[in-house]
Write a protein that binds this ligand. Structure first.
Ligand code: FAD
Length: 225
């Protein structure tokens, strides 16, 4: 067997890669294993926000950016707000999540992060060679969290329908938002023959994340709707 550079390589430092690395980092079985995380991105931007409904306390509560106790739903002829107790609607910003885990990994001497784009993965004789744009690494196992569109497209005769989002953080001249109420699915907007809705997630009375989402075969960037 060729000399190993790492025991495990994790491709992608998104939610999946970072949670896996954390699970390995705190498990005594893996203390002696060398782990490399590779991502083409430095993960220093707030590239997304996650929102979830949860009853009571949750494992990511230390990372919450905002919570809401009321949710509004809207349709063409419908508009209602509901108190959602015992649930809370919780928001985590990607950047807070990434920073938290990179900080935590400073305590795991066996985990290293490198910003490199993976080009190719080769398996042979019980080892895996990961080729990046500048290096190659030999390891025992690779955990690859990159999304593989080709696999899904090859999976059947039907088009792949994607749910995609575009959002803006807006500031209004006057206070207009109810800070404890998230507008969750506002279907009152034109549907244009598919399914579209808005989110309004207020941070303050005059500041909110406004998101538009729709399901369609082509991405929102291509459509420029
Ligand atoms: C705007 C937005 C809002 C969302 N909101 C929610 C939500 O509210 N609730 C929810 O549950 N889900 C939500 N999702 C979905 C959720 O973000 C994803 O399901 C989840 O973040 C995916 O995590 P992941 O680690 O699997 O993939 P990713 O986060 O996509 O991680 C993959 C990583 O691989 C890296 N990578 C890609 N190619 C290479 C390469 N060649 N070499 C090295 N690295 C590479 C990427 O840079 C990336 O960091 C949202 C997604 C988006 C985009």
């Amino acid at each position: 067997m060729a000399k190993l550079d790492y025991d495990y390589i994790i491709i992608g430092a998104g939610a999946a890669g970072l949670l896996l690395a954390d699970a390995l980092g705190k498990d005594s079985f893996f203390y002696q294993k060398n782990i490399l995380i590779l991502d083409k991105d430095a993960k220093k931007n707030n590239d997304r926000t996650w929102c979830l409904r949860e009853k009571g306390k949750g494992q990511f509560d230390n990372l919450l950016y905002k919570t809401w106790n009321h949710i509004a739903f809207k349709g063409k002829d419908f508009s209602e707000s509901y108190a959602i107790a015992p649930y809370t609607y919780k928001m985590i910003r990607g950047i807070d999540f990434y920073e938290h885990y990179f900080e935590k990994f400073k305590d795991y001497s066996n985990i290293l992060f490198q910003q490199e784009a993976v080009k190719e993965i080769e398996e042979s004789m019980g080892t895996v060679v990961v080729h990046t744009d500048g290096n190659q690494y030999i390891c025992k196992k690779v955990f690859d969290s990159r999304f593989n569109y080709d696999m899904i497209e090859a999976d059947g005769p039907y088009p792949v329908i994607q749910q995609h989002f575009i959002g803006w953080i807006i500031k209004t001249p006057k206070p207009v938002f109810e800070v404890d109420q998230a507008t969750y699915m506002d279907f009152s907007i034109p549907q244009k023959d598919n399914t579209r809705f808005m989110y309004v997630l207020p941070f303050q009375k005059d500041t909110a994340l406004v998101e538009y989402t729709l399901f369609s075969e082509d991405s929102i960037i291509k459509n420029r709707i």
